[in-house]
Design a protein around this ligand. Structure first.
Ligand SMILES: CC(C)(COP(=O)(O)OP(=O)(O)OC[C@H]1O[C@@H](n2cnc3c(N)ncnc32)[C@H](O)[C@@H]1OP(=O)(O)O)[C@@H](O)C(=O)NCCC(=O)NCCS
Length: 185
């Protein structure tokens, strides 16, 4: 049974269950959603990520979550907290937040609503000293969201990631401390 981590006006943020991989593959793994994330994944890749997230939640008490739309009960996104584990990143082990929203629900404020709840979780129960977010330089929607949340651009942490297509290799970072989050409220 999933744990409900947070509830917002329109969303329930809950932990991942085994059956979610197939639903994520069907609803969230579309070319538009995955365009700056290396393209759509195979089902087994999503299953492997979910298995890791379930294990992380069990051992660390945080992980990526499923976003469920209250009105319909449908899966509309995937977002949460992990630890930076890209071997090329300069800030291994920092708390990293990330997100994606189903294409037919874009521009309704769902990402912002979910991520605000995730930041409360990160700086509350999870007790992270700071969080970072990574994205492709070309992922304007994602870094504009980071800026809207009050995150600070960290050019010192940027890196090139050859595991992505050439146009998405420039990985840019933003960060936010607990004080910065509290002062932005
Ligand atoms: C990035 C993403 C999660 C935004 O989701 P969303 O629910 O549409 O975003 P919201 O409606 O909550 O928008 C919040 C803010 O984000 C920014 N934003 C979102 N979409 C944007 C776009 N297409 N262009 C520019 N800014 C955008 C804006 O600052 C917006 O605030 P505003 O509406 O006041 O302008 C969504 O576009 C997505 O899933 N993209 C594909 C997956 C992905 O790349 N994830 C990030 C990986 S690092």
């Amino acid at each position: 049974m999933a744990d409900i981590i947070a509830e917002t006006d329109r969303l329930i943020l809950r932990t991942i269950e085994e059956s979610d991989a197939a639903e994520q593959y069907r609803l969230l793994n579309t070319p538009a959603v995955m365009a700056r994330l290396g393209g759509p994944k195979e089902l087994h890749e999503i299953e492997a990520k979910h298995a890791k997230a379930i294990q992380w939640y069990a051992t660390r008490g945080f992980s990526f979550l499923m976003l469920v739309e209250k009105d319909t009960g449908e899966l509309v996104g995937h977002a949460g907290i992990k630890l930076v584990d890209n071997p090329l990143a300069k800030n291994q082990g920092d708390h990293e937040i990330g997100w994606l929203i189903r294409e037919d629900r874009w521009r309704r404020g769902y990402a912002e609503e979910a991520v605000r709840a995730i930041l409360d979780w990160a700086f509350g129960r999870v007790d992270a000293p700071q969080v970072v977010a990574l994205t492709s330089d070309l992922n304007v929607a994602s870094w504009k969201l980071m800026e809207k949340l009050g995150m600070v651009r960290r050019e010192d942490l940027d890196f090139e990631d050859p595991n992505f297509p050439p146009e998405d290799r420039k990985t840019i970072l933003y960060s936010m401390t607990k004080d910065q989050w509290e002062n932005a409220q």
